[in-house]
Design a protein around this ligand. Structure first.
Ligand code: PLP
Length: 383
């Protein structure tokens, strides 16, 4: 099976060189997820009950729940076709309660941070930068994650880790915030999960003996221990739930290690190459398009593909276990239908295929081949 997410392999650490990243921000906290970082950032910034937080209408639950947790209200704003914030629409949504503005570097593509900064300053808003899809990359010579008054990132979306979020404090005053370290059992489990997942995908054959040993020790732990370890299921949690009791939990040590030591040039290069493979392979295929193009400074999170008849293909591709994701497939339930036509269309038509560093070109080609064959045969049948 083709892995949807990066895998921990020796090559994760191979190579040296620099790629700008929010990971280099001087004042930061490692937490268990991006949503925890957003929740803590809002709390430290003093966003409170009654305040309004402006966020794009194209939003997943994990961007909304941290706002609700503060007792604040999300106010959804429009995006333009190129995913940039629509400043005219934003201006029309300001009220005396507007407290913060969230800009999102969707799929790794930068917002116009000069425009967002000018807008936030003009109206006295806290500017928050969402780098959940943009762990690496820069805009106009400055790293993504350096533009917001605070910024957040998600380690699980870019790196082979099972938990991890980052809060870059930037302009937030940095009080002494103590995070809670995971138990030893959670630490071991975090390592074990990574190795086992890589093995299940046919990676890391040399580690089999180590895995067998870990499996034995895990079974012993299981017998002696009952409650679920902290941080164990976040990687696959897409519901957006935030457990307030866990906001200050630190991620597993292995997650921080991977974040610090992963070789960025290889990851950035392989992601860009994978993205280009999709662009080449899907060019001219009927009924689909790749509307966005990364610049040389951006590192793509996934490859977003517009499919005209996604309602028809998505269930079939799921059945055939094509690795894919749909960001904001379900928009926030309270969102008025006419808020943002772009969000409505993207949630119905955009699907993301993996372009991470641990895919082989042959795997990407096989994904492309499935899409190409299906969409081409549908076109032939229709004509
Ligand atoms: C996933 C996501 C988050 C939250 O990150 P988690 O690590 O999953 O909590 C925030 N913003 C955006 C745009 C996301 O896609």
């Amino acid at each position: 099976m083709i892995p949807l997410s990066p895998q921990l392999v020796p090559a994760t650490f191979h190579g040296r060189g620099d790629v700008p990243s929010i990971l280099d921000r001087p004042h930061k906290l490692f937490l268990t997820a991006g949503r925890m970082a957003f929740a803590l950032g809002l709390r430290l910034a003093g966003v409170k009950a009654g305040d309004e937080v402006l966020i794009p209408a194209y939003a997943s639950g994990s961007m909304v729940t941290p706002i609700l947790l503060q007792g604040a209200t999300p106010v959804f704003y429009r995006l333009r076709r190129d995913l940039s914030a629509d400043l005219d629409d934003l201006a029309g949504r300001l009220t005396p309660r507007s407290a913060a503005l969230l800009g999102v570097n969707f799929f790794g593509f930068a917002q116009d941070w000069a425009a967002l900064r000018a807008f936030a300053d003009q109206f006295g808003l806290l500017l928050v930068e969402d780098c959940a899809h943009a762990l690496y990359g820069s805009w106009r010579g400055q790293p993504l994650g350096s533009f917001g008054d605070f910024a957040i990132a998600s380690l699980t979306k870019f790196l082979p880790v099972w938990d991890g979020g980052l809060l870059a404090l930037n302009a937030l005053s940095a009080p002494r915030v103590a995070t809670r370290a995971p138990s030893l059992r959670s630490e071991l489990k975090a390592v074990y999960n990574l190795l086992e997942e890589a093995k299940d995908h046919g990676r890391n054959p040399v580690l089999r003996p180590l895995l067998a040993a870990l499996e034995r020790s895990r079974q012993q732990t299981r017998r002696s221990n009952s409650p679920a370890a902290a941080g164990e299921s976040l990687r696959r949690d897409v519901t957006g739930a935030v457990d307030p009791a866990r906001i200050l939990d630190a991620p597993a040590a292995i997650s921080r290690f991977v974040a610090r030591r992963a070789a960025r040039p290889r990851i950035a290069e392989r992601r860009r190459q994978a993205y280009a493979l999709y662009q080449e392979g899907l060019a001219g295929v009927p009924g689909c398009a790749m509307p966005f193009q990364p610049t040389a400074d951006e590192v793509p999170f996934m490859a977003p593909v517009w499919v005209d008849d996604l309602d028809r293909w998505h269930p079939r591709w799921l059945e055939r276990r094509l690795p894919m994701q749909r960001f904001a497939e379900f928009l926030w339930p309270d969102l008025p239908a006419d808020t943002c036509p772009v969000a409505r269309d993207l949630s119905r038509h955009l699907v993301q295929f993996p372009c991470h560093q641990d895919l082989e070109p042959a795997e990407i080609r096989s994904i492309i081949e499935t899409i190409r064959t299906d969409l081409s045969s549908a076109r032939r049948a229709a004509s």
